[in-house]
Design a protein around this ligand. Sequence first.
Ligand code: 0PR
Length: 383
Amino acid sequence: MFPERGADEDEVLDELRLKTAEDLTFDSGKILGSMCTYPHPFAVRIITEFIDRNLGDPGLHTGSRKVEEEAVEMLSNLLGLERGYGHIVSGGTEANILAVRAFRNLAEVEKPELILPKSAHFSFIKAGEMLGVKLVWAELNDDYTVNVRDVEEKITDNTIGIVGIAGTTGLGVVDDIPALSDLALDYGLPLHVDAAFGGFVIPFAKALGYDIPDFDFRLKGVKSVTIDPHKMGMVPIPAGGIIFREKKYIDAISVLAPYLAGGRIWQATITGTRPGANALAVWAMIKHLGFEGYKEIVRKAMELSRWFAGELKKIPGVYLIREPVLNIVSFGTENLEWVEEELKRRGWGISAHRGYIRIVLMPHVRRGHLEEFLRDLREIVQG
Ligand code: 0PR
């Protein structure tokens, strides 16, 4: 019920703390299946200081708009592009929708079709439905990467673009983006890479010597990339990223907002009023951590994931779905559903996919938490 009279701040806060006490927190070590983490304290400071900035009316906050452009430029550089065009958006879902929207608007096909791996994130289902684009699902290989030959066979005159994934939601697998890029160039189609998760992992993992295929704008067929700072980028929610290779993609999705403070403004994002603070936090975190800082975060996460995968293999009745590529480890067991229930009953925040359990080695996950988890898992599967 909407209260007639307001209550004291402390009273409201106490009630709120009580109501949210059942939430799992990242510092409890119990959240093992999430792609989010506790944001970096510096990013939290930025959000607090600049909480009022609205990038929906950039004529008011012209400094913030320039900072967003610089954040986009730094992300573009990370992805192998000197100058890119894009925005800090609400997340991977919005970024993917914007990419599909750009491809559709530029294609001018009557019955648009998008070819994407069966491993693609459900945000594409939203995109397809909202944009009237038919989704054509490509088969996966035994290693869970997309079957590039199947992608080719599915190309028709109605195809508006192809999607490849650099860090799949369930297994953290990186598709053969170089082959998809060649295919896209051969057929004159744009390739979108969903690196919502992998974007803040792969460049650093490669620098550490991990053998991961190229996935970004260094491949000429890649026309857009989703890269989310609110996953491994240590920035608070909401912070997604969409980068296009050329300005024409942004132009194709820009809508005129004629009356704003900046005059006739063109707006490409789905959201109108949108947080400037989060875009500033993306900029600030990249400046603060730098390539070396992120590399160190990724080094720890990758090492922990290799160790964890090795420990899982030692438990009889537990098997890896495949060797990890990024810092995501997924495993199966006998009586999986029962094991999932038991783990959840013991307070573990895991992500139960069809056929396996996904563990994401985010920065808040420590070896001690995993040892505790492994003990529980061993106990449960051994009955
Ligand atoms: N693309 C990929 C490859 C993703 O994995 C995700 C989200 C998205 C796009 C969409 O991103 P947004 O959720 O930012 O719009 N993947 C996570 C998942 O579905 C999202 C998530 C995050 C789920 C935290 C749970 C959680 O606790 O697993």
